[in-house]
Ligand binder design. Structure first.
Ligand SMILES: Nc1ncnc2c1ncn2[C@@H]1O[C@H](COP(=O)(O)OP(=O)(O)OP(=O)(O)O)[C@@H](O)[C@H]1O
Ligand SMILES: [Mg+2]
Length: 479
């Protein structure tokens, strides 16, 4: 019956192994699972109503683990690659049906359907993670060991009821992901970055460095990146700020988007890029290609870590140096975090104005210190004043993205870099988010306002045909 995908030498039911008693080191789930599956009499799907749902889940989990083991034993995995989805589903359902009969377990229709779907995900995809990856309302998936999976929805972290069977199960899924991109993760190489087939960013760290079980973080790839209009609608910034940013991008100011982890830096950078003229040649450089530019003339580069022999690395700096020879009109670096800062500032200073990048910092001032530190770390011996002068002439605008405590993401500040005063870089904030309080539901109350200073680039904007009304720069007191 399962001739096509079943291993040829294992077609007889009696060859299907009865699960061995769990070894002492295995988790409680595994031992329980052996108990259930070896019950001789038919087990009904009915359980006491009290904690019916919980028990049903537990039981399904146990059966699933067992069936999955049998599936892996029985399916001819190399034949699976050419199988159509329908064939595979039918095959999985048939093998599962037979195994359930073998194990004398009766499930209702709904349980069978869930089980078959989970098994399908397990064989073809990323197991328990699959449902979360398919859920569009989920932004981030965070796994803290096999029994704890959090997701971020609308800026808030929530614990899910999705779990892995045990650490081995979790490790197997991690391995599946990283081996698909030619990487390896194990005790001697305990952390890894990768990109999932759908473009999502993936990072894993395994024991012993991860103490309580493997840690996995996934930033889901959004096919539809948030556009300027969406961000205005979501309250990330105002229409006036958008008009200012449009002028800033179109008149080729060098812009840095600064922000903490997951604050919306990449989203902001992507949205800002929509103001670039379609006629320009844009080169993007990223560690993990996330940006989705709308323009026609875009060259995308992705850096590469060393392979298992420690060879073949191509850094963002390598890409950036090469990009300068590729006649770019604009260079966009996804995130500046190391030595590439030197070439980025040089590019900004030498004719590739209109370039953009993001940095990890909590304020514009902090962002500048980060740049100084990165330059020092790159081994450039320059007096601090010269470093600052270089930064001040390269960077025109720092846009601060923040994730506030209620989960909302906002552009909390737009700051212009105006030059040097003595040894210090001078800056002026043009727009900011003013917090005024907190609702009883812990939602932040606040509003955006201009600070009242006149933009240092007003004249430049006007010369380029962006005559912003002066009302844009008038402070708003919230009424
Ligand atoms: N203003 C916003 N409103 C709602 N969701 C947003 C907003 N900005 C960003 N997001 C969502 O938040 C998540 C994180 O955004 P993004 O990847 O841009 O952050 P990041 O600062 O680049 O993160 P990292 O530090 O991990 O690179 C994404 O899923 C994105 O869609
Ligand atoms: Mg990012």
């Amino acid at each position: 019956m399962f001739s096509r995908y079943k291993k040829p030498d294992q077609s007889k039911p009696q060859l299907v192994e009865v699960p061995k008693p769990a070894p002492a080191t295995d988790t409680a789930t595994t031992s329980r699972s052996s108990g259930v599956t070896r019950k001789p009499s038919k087990v009904s799907a009915q359980v006491v109503p009290m904690d019916k749902e919980k028990k049903r889940k537990e039981r399904l989990g146990e059966i699933k683990g067992e069936l999955h083991k049998r599936l892996l034993d029985n399916l001819n995995l190399s034949a699976l690659e050419t199988a159509t989805e329908n064939d595979l589903r039918a095959e999985i359902s048939a093998i599962a049906g037979e195994a359930l009969e073998d194990m004398a377990i009766v499930l209702n229709r709904e349980e069978r359907a869930t089980l078959n779907q989970d098994l399908f995900d397990e064989v073809t995809g990323l197991g328990p993670l699959e449902t979360l990856l398919k859920d569009d309302s989920v932004n981030d998936i965070l796994v803290n060991g096999p029994q704890q999976i959090f997701v971020e929805r609308a800026g808030k972290l929530q614990l899910t009821d999705v779990t892995f069977k045990d650490e081995r199960h979790l490790l197997r899924i991690i391995d599946k992901i990283v081996s698909a991109v030619g990487r390896r993760v194990d005790e001697s190489n305990p952390y890894v970055d990768a990109r999932l087939a759908d473009g999502s960013r993936f990072n894993a760290m395994v024991p012993p460095i991860a103490v309580d079980g493997s840690l996995v973080s996934i930033r889901k790839f959004k096919k539809e990146k948030l556009a300027i209009d969406d961000l205005v609608k979501f309250g990330a910034f105002t229409e006036e700020m958008a008009a200012y940013l449009q002028a800033a991008v179109a008149t080729r100011l060098n812009i840095i988007v600064s922000g903490g982890t997951g604050s919306g830096k990449t989203t902001t950078l992507n949205a800002l890029s929509s103001f670039i003229d379609d006629a320009e040649r844009i080169l993007t450089i990223e560690d993990t290609a996330e940006l989705q530019l709308q323009q026609t003339h875009v060259g995308r580069m992705e850096s590469r870590p060393p392979n298992v022999e420690g060879k073949g690395a191509v850094s963002q700096r390598d890409c950036l140096k090469n990009a300068l020879r590729m006649r770019p009109d604009r260079i966009i670096v996804g995130e500046t975090r190391g030595e590439e800062v030197i070439d980025m500032l040089q590019a900004m200073n030498t004719g590739h104005d209109g370039s953009m990048t993001t940095i990890h910092a909590n304020s514009a001032r902090d962002g500048v210190s980060r740049l100084e530190n990165m330059i020092a770390m790159a081994g450039i011996e320059m007096p601090i004043k010269a470093v600052r002068a270089q930064i001040a002439s390269a960077v025109n605008l720092i846009v601060q993205a923040s994730r506030l405590q209620d989960g909302s993401r906002r552009m909390t500040s737009i700051t212009e870099v105006t030059g040097m005063e003595g040894d210090v870089i001078s800056m002026q904030e043009v727009f900011r988010y003013q917090r005024v309080g907190l609702t009883p539901e812990n939602k932040i109350i606040g509003h955006f306002t201009a600070t009242g200073v006149r933009s240092n680039f007003s004249e430049r904007f006007r010369m380029w045909g962006y005559d912003l009304p002066s009302t844009i720069f008038e402070p708003f007191n919230g009424n």
